[in-house]
Ligand binder design. Structure first.
Ligand code: MN
Length: 471
């Protein structure tokens, strides 16, 4: 599955100036894009997308002939690195470095491709967008695109990917699972404003999506949208909305404009968690009412994020976490080769790949990672550079062979559990929050316990002679 990353020639996929839009990105990165031209039903798109390891585009959807649909843009490092226009080996440190830079802001322009088609009033109907049902348990259509809201105090543009259930042509329910939107909605209420403008954006360059999922201390300095140009290392253009006081990416494929009534919430059904479970089974969330839809002409591309099983729904929200942890662990003094919330870790496990000068460093790095702000570090494993972090079997092998359970792992009971997986105890009176323990596992090679014992044996000419050459 890492074949692309290992086989592409040095320089492939590196574009010094990144494409401004998703169409350009897909063209530049055609070598890793799977294009499906055969007609498919919208009911099969989830199951088909989730079989692809790399970006996939459906050109002909039976029920929605006017749209294309793409997915799985950033599941693996070999595709994530294309979003920054750097090689796989440079991706994480590049993102980590750029996240420490000041916000570049965005460039205001009057109009852009996303205004080629404009629907307002009764013409607005988002049920015409190819939003699929993501699982039988959910049983209803689910929109997973990026959204933008404006902090009414600072004016900064905060972004997240709040799962949205469309239930009529012009309304739906939005699950704001991220703390910042919750804080911003409270600011509107405190100012006596019940109508929060919101824009939902489909089909942007994947760097927007990586940045939109940032989670950490930033609200007094910038919003995620002001940082997109920073991580792309180039200007991004924004256009004014038609019906609300908000600006949106000029080169997006589709933009939905609407208003969230922050004064009320509604009981709606459950949701597919990034862990792969149908949790929580009930949600109490606000309603959105649509005011406009604008889009590009010529078969606009609907960006779907199929949520289950292992897709880019697991890594995407955690790519900035990885970069923040890269910085924090580096500060301790370890050489960090990689930090990964792997798709096969169900969004509650993190693997750090490190070198370190002497005993003691790994436990500090494990504690730093386990104590991160996010609820995704229940099980943290440290490995050495000779363990293939892309291969779950290799990580398991390191745990099996390089860990003395009596001294290389430690458990911390009673920490903040994820509401998205069932292992923690529900906290009475605070449902769906859970209490859970965490485990740190040092599966690194330990030279101080015998250098040569940690060297694995391989055949002569391993990696040089290929069986395929003899077939
Ligand atoms: Mn935020």
């Amino acid at each position: 599955m890492a074949a692309y990353g290992n086989n592409v020639a040095a320089g492939a996929g590196h574009n010094q100036v990144l494409d401004r839009d998703l169409r350009g990105y897909l063209e530049t990165n055609a070598d890793i894009l799977t294009v499906i031209e055969k007609p498919v039903s919208i009911d099969d798109i989830g199951a088909l997308s989730a079989q692809s390891e790399g970006p996939i585009m459906f050109e002909n959807i039976n029920e929605y002939p006017d749209f294309r649909l793409c997915d799985i843009l950033v599941k693996h490092r070999w595709s994530q690195c294309r979003a920054l226009g750097v090689g796989q080996e440079d991706y994480l440190r590049t993102l980590a470095h750029r996240l420490r830079k000041p916000p570049r802001g965005f460039v205001d322009v009057d109009t852009g491709p996303v205004k080629e088609v404009v629907y307002t009033g009764d013409e607005v109907d988002w049920l015409k967008l190819p939003a699929p049902v993501h699982s039988a348990e959910e049983g209803q259509r689910y929109i997973s695109a990026m959204n933008i809201v404006k902090d009414p105090e600072t004016g900064f543009y905060n972004s997240s990917h709040a799962g949205t259930t469309p239930v009529g042509p012009r309304h739906g329910f939005m699950s704001f699972a991220t703390p910042h939107t919750t804080i911003i909605m409270q600011k509107y209420r405190d100012m006596g404003i019940n109508e929060m403008p919101i824009a939902i954006i489909f089909g942007v360059h994947p760097a927007y999506e990586i940045m939109a999922n940032f989670s950490g201390t930033h609200m007094d300095m910038w919003g995620e949208m002001e940082m997109v140009g920073t991580i792309m290392d180039q200007d991004v253009e924004m256009v004014p909305c038609e019906t609300i006081d908000l600006r949106v990416p000029a080169h997006a494929e589709i933009v939905v404009e609407g208003i969230v009534d922050v004064s009320k919430t509604f009981d709606v059904g459950g949701v597919n968690a990034p862990t792969g479970y149908f949790l929580p089974k009930e949600q109490n969330i606000p309603r959105i009412d649509l005011t406009a839809i604008t889009m590009r002409s010529g078969k606009p591309i609907y960006r779907n994020h199929q949520t289950v099983p292992d897709t880019d729904h697991q890594p995407l929200p955690r790519l900035c976490h990885e970069a923040v942890l890269y910085n924090r662990i580096s500060e301790i003094g370890l050489k960090v080769h990689d930090v990964r919330f792997p798709p096969w870790g169900a969004a509650v496990s993190c693997v750090i790949q490190v070198d370190y000068p002497r005993p003691g460093f790994v436990n500090d790095a494990l504690m730093q990672t386990m104590g991160s702000p996010w609820l995704n570090t229940k099980m943290v494993v440290a490995v050495s550079p000779d363990t293939d972090i892309d291969d779950p079997g290799a990580v398991y092998r390191a745990i099996a062979t390089r860990v003395d359970p009596a001294c290389d792992m430690f458990v911390v009971p009673g920490t903040r559990g994820s509401l998205y997986e069932p292992s923690g105890e529900l906290i009475p009176g605070h449902e769906p929050w859970r209490l859970v323990g965490k485990v740190g596992i040092d599966a690194t090679a330990k030279p101080h316990r015998g250098e040569t014992d940690y060297q694995e044996a391989f055949p002569v000419n391993w990696g040089k002679v290929k069986l395929e050459d003899y077939l």
